[in-house]
Design a protein around this ligand. Structure first.
Ligand code: APR
Ligand code: PHB
Length: 391
């Protein structure tokens, strides 16, 4: 088998890239290790930057999102028992974010690709890459027990943090940069109307909490926990009680409770490899970088990478020039590091760090006070949250 671009991974990065290439008339094949149902049901984050929303609409993929998604033009920061709204629309010239689950985006991208005859090979096993610095990089995999070989002009490594692409690059080429946080998030999806129509990020003495949502009837809630928290110790009642304490307001507040539909713990880390390329393989999305979820940036950063990559392939197939492809890593990393900075900053602003003393606690409260009372402070949060402009 032969194709122009072999895409490994059908997450937001791989699928968005496939659609961008399809628009530009460039051939590609997507290989995914999991079954279609698995990737369409995996619960992940759910905030789309304005630029991500605009791109999905431009590609004709936004119909369901525009109907079912919830456009938000602000968030609340809650601390010391009081709430403070950050008004995105006012601070960014009308921009906002779309609340729409990542797995719904995946469903839309998969359905649109299959409908237009684009290929996605699900349940591709033993995926391996070779000849990355040759003219014909090759992907080997097996499907239904039969070994296959896909020869490509280029490979896009969109296989997430635990994929094989990053590790296939010879030792010594990539430099990793990493920070692991001493806490995780315990997340639940609940059959309960959200208690507020916008997201609430709470900094509380007992730890961080976040109230998000998936629809007017379904809440998505998180609380800061130990990185290896044992879910068996968290009966539903205990989760609700803890959330209530962390969201408490001076003038009263309570969450609506309901059946817990899903429960999980995620670790928190910041991670980047440089460069995001080796020979004819380009890394995009979580395979090249991870952000802690506090800024809601993972999916958006993956989409931003593949916009740059698609522009590079377009230039190559139009003119055989590799100017943009040659600068892929440099262009992406400028944004990646700004988004890393923002995600780290939101994380440090809102979480309880056990190692902090009284000084750090007071400094953190002063920073929250500043960010919610100065227009400059609010703007820095707002413009990053709705998404920095694409270069
Ligand atoms: N072969 C083929 N596919 C693979 C392999 C492999 N060896 N390893 C992993 N995959 C698939 C995964 O099953 C997954 O569907 O690659 C896909 C990677 O998708 P994501 O992990 O969603 O990564 P990405 O597309 O970069 O999107 C980043 O997704 O990780 C979340 O919340 C994170 O929002 C962020 C976004
Ligand atoms: C979510 O809705 O899952 C969500 C929202 C905001 C975040 C992280 C996750 O910062």
């Amino acid at each position: 088998m032969k194709t122009e671009v072999g895409i490994i991974g059908a997450g937001p990065a791989g699928l968005a890239l496939a659609h961008l290439l399809q628009r530009d008339g460039i051939g590609c094949v997507v290989l995914e290790a999991q079954a279609r149902q698995h990737i369409e049901e995996r619960v992940r984050a759910g905030v789309l930057e304005q630029g991500t929303v605009d791109l999905l609409n431009e590609l004709g993929l936004g119909e369901r999102m525009m109907k079912q998604g919830l456009m938000h033009y602000g968030v609340e920061l809650r601390f010391l028992g009081r709430g403070h709204r950050i008004d995105f629309a006012d601070l960014t010239g009308g921009k906002g974010v779309m609340i729409y689950a990542q797995h719904e985006v995946i469903k839309d991208l998969v359905a649109a690709r299959l409908k237009t005859g684009g290929e996605i090979i699900f349940e591709a096993k033993d995926v391996a890459v070779s000849g990355l610095d040759s003219e014909i990089p090759t992907i080997r995999f097996s499907q239904n027990g039969i070994g296959e070989e896909l020869q490509c002009d280029f490979i896009a490594g969109c296989d997430g943090f635990h994929g094989i692409c990053r590790d296939s690059i010879p030792a010594g080429v990539l430099k990793p940069y990493e920070r692991v946080y001493p806490f995780g998030w315990l997340g639940i999806l609940a059959q309960a109307p959200p208690a507020s129509h916008e997201l609430i990020y709470a900094n509380h003495e007992r730890g961080f909490a976040l109230m998000s949502m998936r629809s007017p009837k379904i809440s998505r809630l998180y609380l800061q926990c130990k990185p290896e928290e044992d879910l068996n110790e968290w009966a539903d009642e205990r989760i609700w009680d803890e959330l209530d304490q962390r969201f408490a307001m001076r003038d009263g507040f309570s969450l609506m409770r309901g059946a817990v539909l899903q429960k999980g713990v995620t670790g928190m880390r910041s991670f980047v490899v440089e460069p995001m390329q080796f020979g004819r393989m380009f890394l995009a999305g979580d395979s090249a970088h991870i952000v802690p979820p506090t800024g809601a940036k993972g999916l958006n950063l993956a989409v931003a990478d593949v916009r740059v990559l698609a522009a590079g392939f377009k230039e190559f197939y139009a003119s055989r020039k590799r100017d943009l492809l040659g600068r892929y890593s440099e262009i992406c990393l400028r944004r990646v590091w700004k988004v890393q900075r923002f995600s780290w900053w939101m994380t440090s602003l809102l979480h309880k760090f056990e190692s902090d003393g009284e000084f750090d606690r007071r400094r953190q409260m002063a920073e929250l006070d500043y960010v919610t009372s100065s227009r400059a402070g609010m703007t820095t949060l707002a413009e990053n949250y709705v998404g920095l402009p694409m270069e």
